[in-house]
Design a protein around this ligand. Structure first.
Ligand SMILES: O=C(O)CCC(=O)C(=O)O
Ligand SMILES: [Fe+2]
Length: 541
């Protein structure tokens, strides 16, 4: 365990946010304020960004007005993208979609329709648009590993990328660079390079058309196409429509992109992490044509482009923790902090150690990087909740938002490992739907309740992340013993837990005891575990 650093008075902590001062707080009070600070940092973390590119008749030297025009219902604003790099190409006056019909003949549509070449009457462009719509196939959505066609849930047309091409690429106008800076920032400080430099790659996924009066895609979470997928990008091409707001949510926050006003003459875009719930409100009129892309985090790149990295010391959380650690009253004997990750990761895949911590998102990334930068031994580890709550079923209600006694067995409710699409439709009575899939969503643990340690759960923290395993024969052991065998590690009696469990993943499948043999699943959560060393007065940075 490293020695607790005794930081110098913070001179370079945050440019705007003053470092909160914590005079003589007991460890418990300090932990409470730490929890507030971490939860606060999570609340202000970014999970989505977007922007606008006007289509102009004549090339403009600075064409990419990427200022976001999204409307936010919460206090959070959609992150504003910066100006494009100087090498950004000139904006073409219009965009072309080329596509093939079933008989393999090719067609072309110019957008915006108002910029139809003079040689071509506008009516024939409108006719082309109709043809494009009718050449699309009905768009399905994934539910329980099946493709479902249900226009009351998703009413749209689609073309797969092998049937169309468009003279647009998200690298133009610096869109990808802007997304990278916001969703995949390099975090660094002068002393320590805490994370390898990361880059985004992008892959075209579909062309979709949502047409009035009933085009819609109700709330869902995109299915990641592979483990390194970190998000989705939507490019809305210039074509007039009304309605069709895109609402993106994470952790109780919502950002709404209202694209109707500028739909006829601009390209508008939004990018968000894959675990964000989102929906497209009803398109009441016109045609909303989008290109969707999958965003992946690439292999680590050795070279660091230092000037583009965000300085960790400018994060308010850095100053706060630095100050806390300089107080002798804070965890004087040292101890372990455990923070449940607020984003979903494929943390039980075979190659998990290639993907984490590299693929950390938003607030998890910031917290991990801050702890590392402060010299705290920090790891991403799996945590398993052992079923102590089964002995106290009346306590379960408190966890799932005071649902009261006699509720269904939470294990049964939570059988799926991913939040599902289509839940709202299938469970119309369940307000919000999502709480059924993620029972912890509504639970806000308060420091001091010690809910997970003594009363409700025993948390087992593994020694390292590892891929999903399977026992093909019955083992004579209880869950605790199983965890120790699979993960090493120990029952984490002395971990101070912050925030609450969110996204679990199947970690181990095994044959359960019973009259008939059936398989059971052990789930784990990704957590950030930090070993705070004991305070040593003489320990200087
Ligand atoms: O078109 C949009 O705004 C989003 C589309 C979407 O959510 C999807 O294709 O999964
Ligand atoms: Fe989606």
């Amino acid at each position: 365990m490293p020695k607790r650093k005794h930081p110098e008075p913070s001179t370079d902590a945050g440019p705007s946010e003053p470092t909160p001062s914590i005079p003589k707080l007991s460890t418990d009070e300090s932990l409470r304020s730490l929890q507030e600070s971490i939860v606060g940092a999570k609340a202000s973390a970014t999970f989505v960004c977007g922007g606008t590119i006007p289509i102009i008749e004549h090339p403009n030297p600075n064409p990419s007005d990427t200022e976001s025009k999204s409307k936010s219902k919460s206090t959070l604003k959609a992150s504003q993208a910066k100006s494009p790099p100087s090498h950004s190409p000139k904006t073409p006056s219009s965009r072309h979609i080329f596509w093939t019909k079933e008989d393999n003949t090719a067609r072309r549509l110019n957008l915006p329709l108002s910029q139809t070449p003079e040689s071509q009457p506008i009516d024939s462009s409108k006719e082309r648009l109709k043809q494009l719509i009718s050449d699309c196939e009905p768009a399905t959505f994934g539910y329980k590993k099946e493709d479902i066609l249900d226009p009351s849930y998703r009413n749209a047309g689609k073309l797969d990328p092998n049937r169309f091409a468009c003279n647009f690429h998200p690298c133009e106008h610096g869109i990808l660079e802007n997304i990278e800076q916001i969703l995949l920032p390099g975090l660094n400080n002068t002393e320590q390079n805490t994370l390898p430099f990361r880059k985004l790659s992008v892959e075209l996924y579909k062309l979709n058309i949502y047409s009035g009066p009933n085009g819609v895609f109700r709330k869902h979470v995109d299915t990641p196409r592979c483990e390194s997928q970190i998000g989705s990008l939507v490019i809305c091409l210039p074509c007039q429509f009304e309605g069709g707001d895109l609402a993106v949510r994470h952790d109780g926050k919502e950002v709404v992109f209202n694209w109707e006003e500028r739909s006829s003459d601009t390209i508008q875009w939004a990018a968000f992490y894959s675990d964000c719930e989102h929906e497209i409100k009803t398109i009441t009129n016109g045609d909303r044509i989008t290109l969707t892309y999958n965003l992946f985090v690439t292999e680590p790149i050795a070279a660091c482009i230092t000037q583009s990295l965000l300085d960790i010391k400018t994060l308010p959380l850095y100053g706060f923790l630095q100050d806390l650690l300089s107080k002798e009253t804070f965890m004087a004997e040292g101890g372990t902090l455990g923070i449940w990750c607020s984003h979903s990761y494929p943390h039980t895949i075979e190659r998990v150690n290639e993907l984490l911590p590299r693929g950390l998102k938003g607030s998890d990334l910031a917290l991990y990087a801050v702890l590392k930068a402060l010299g705290i031994d920090t790891k991403i580890l799996p945590a398993v909740l052992l079923e102590k709550y089964l002995e106290r079923p009346e306590k379960w209600g408190e966890l799932v938002g005071n649902k009261g006694e006699g509720e269904e067995d939470p294990e049964e409710e939570e059988e799926e490992e991913e939040p599902e699409e289509y839940y709202d439709h299938l469970n119309p009575k369940e307000e919000g739907g999502i709480s059924e899939e993620r029972p912890f969503d509504t639970f806000k643990p308060q420091w001091g309740e010690e809910w997970n340690r003594d009363e409700l759960f025993i948390v087992h923290v593994g020694d390292a992340l590892k891929g999903h395993t399977m026992d093909k024969k019955e083992m004579d052991e209880n869950s605790k013993e199983k965890c120790v065998r699979l993960y090493g590690g120990n029952i984490a009696e002395d971990v101070t837990w912050i925030a609450g469990p969110r996204y679990r993943k199947a970690a181990h499948t095994y044959l359960a005891w019973g009259n008939e043999s059936e398989t059971d699943i052990l789930y784990s959560y990704a957590t950030i575990v930090a070993q705070v060393p004991p305070f040593k007065k003489h320990a200087k940075v």
